[in-house]
Design a protein. Structure first.
Length: 272
């Protein structure tokens, strides 16, 4: 299992300097967080191409692109807003082709809907599946696989498995965000990994105290990391152990956070 890191750590800094620091620290795999890029609707392909060239020149392989801030809900009740969300994601996929990533990651639909009413839950599942069908087909044409993240306070892997069930297993899968699952009380990340099983395309690795979405270095919160790593090995996960840390209880320095996170991941993966 290789170790990688999300560029979200540098989303409010110079991305070129951030890539240089990550390479110097020893990272070889990264995930590009879309918040580090121009808005997809701006079609600023030149700047994105420059970032891609910089990453390649530094020996950084972009394994995935994470579209964390789609402006509209692809599973919400408003059909026009769903359409806007789908078109935004397709524009982002087109913009990010230059990175040649294997995966494009999105949040599940209905993220901020009240899903307590069974009929509305079924509607959201259907609307999300319809949106995912179009996005997945577009991603495939662009040479990418689609991964849907366990997002926010709603981390039900079974519901995501239902959404992806109509699609080829090698084309659409699940991105288990370890920290999000732990934050959503009752959603054990170890259970989430095992439930995802062969549909597990990726993981986001960060820690918290089962309250706020802290995005701490592994070991600084209360997640059972040895259990997480064992579960990943049990399901045969061969992807990247993708760190998504941007805080530490020890420092506010971004480069030091990147180094601490890498060392923590190395200890975890070597211990089992």
């Amino acid at each position: 299992m290789e170790i990688g890191i999300s560029t979200y750590l540098y989303h409010d800094a110079d991305i070129f300097e951030g890539l240089e620091r990550l390479s110097a620290i020893g990272y070889r795999f990264i995930e590009i967080e879309a918040q580090c890029l121009p808005d997809p609707l701006s079609e600023n392909k030149q700047e994105v191409a420059e970032i891609a060239r910089c990453a390649r020149s530094l020996g950084l392989e972009v394994r995935s692109i994470h579209l964390s801030k789609c402006p509209e809900d692809i599973g919400g009740r408003d059909a026009k807003l769903r359409r806007k969300g789908v078109e935004w994601i397709k524009s982002a996929i087109d913009l990010c082709r230059t990175f040649e990533p294997e995966y494009i990651g999105i949040h599940r639909g209905g993220l901020w809907e009240d899903l307590s009413e069974p009929k509305h839950f079924r509607d959201v599942q259907r609307w999300t599946t319809e949106s995912v069908a179009e996005i997945a087909e577009y991603a495939k044409r662009m040479g990418m696989k689609l991964e849907i993240e366990t997002s926010g306070g709603y981390c039900d892997v079974k519901a995501i498995k239902e959404i992806i069930s109509p699609f080829p297993r090698d084309q659409v899968g699940i991105l288990v965000d370890i920290g999000h699952c732990w934050r959503a009380r009752g959603r054990d990340p170890i259970w989430a990994i095992r439930e995802a099983g062969k549909s597990l395309f990726g993981v986001h690795v960060h820690d918290n105290h089962q309250g706020e979405d802290e995005h701490l270095v592994p070991g600084e919160g209360t997640i059972d990391w040895p259990g997480v790593v064992r579960a990943l090995k049990e399901v045969g996960y061969q992807g990247v152990f993708m760190l998504e840390c941007f805080r530490s209880r020890k420092t506010q320095d971004k480069d030091t956070i990147a180094l601490l996170a890498k060392r923590a991941a190395e200890r975890l993966l070597s211990a089992l």
